[in-house]
Design a protein around this ligand. Structure first.
Ligand code: UDP
Ligand code: MG
Length: 132
């Protein structure tokens, strides 16, 4: 069984979408194996998104990710990493395929409601970041 990290982002916790999103994960066959609600400091958000530190959106991204409660979750399933990326859809909700989570509840390219690890290597870093 493969594990991946997802984060329900501040725009989604703010709009009371936790139950809905957790239900979408479970209905899609993911097992919730670890979960917590927390707040990140801007510095912690910066460390989580370190790979993007040279990008023009890094400051905005780390402000946003430290702006309210987030819910990091470890999900387990066969092929969890690729399957979760499919379930959440493209980064920009305007480009996310119909029926994906970001299409359904995402607001814009920054406030796109959910994070998901993009590879085995990322998952191996991101899971212990929150659940060490
Ligand atoms: N992001 C943004 N502007 C952009 C690209 C990305 O604000 O032009 C934010 C967005 O919240 C995204 C996160 O930075 O989810 C990480 O970007 P990445 O390209 O890794 O997208 P993801 O893997 O989340 O689809
Ligand atoms: Mg990414």
């Amino acid at each position: 069984m493969e594990k991946t990290l997802t984060i329900i982002k501040p725009d989604a916790t703010e709009r009371d979408l936790l139950g809905h999103i957790l239900n979408r994960f479970e209905k899609a066959g993911f097992k919730i194996v670890e979960m917590k609600m927390m707040n990140l400091s801007k510095d912690e958000a910066g460390r989580f998104y370190e790979v993007h530190k040279e990008r023009p959106f890094y400051g905005e991204l780390t402000d946003y990710m430290s702006s309210g409660p987030i819910v990091p979750i470890v999900l387990e399933k066969d092929n969890a990493i690729a399957d979760l990326r499919l379930l959440i859809g493209a980064t920009d909700p305007a480009e996310a395929a119909s029926g994906t989570l970001r299409d359904e509840v995402g607001m814009d390219k920054g406030r796109n409601s959910v994070h998901a690890s993009d590879s085995l290597e990322s998952a191996a870093i991101e899971i212990p970041f929150f659940f060490g």
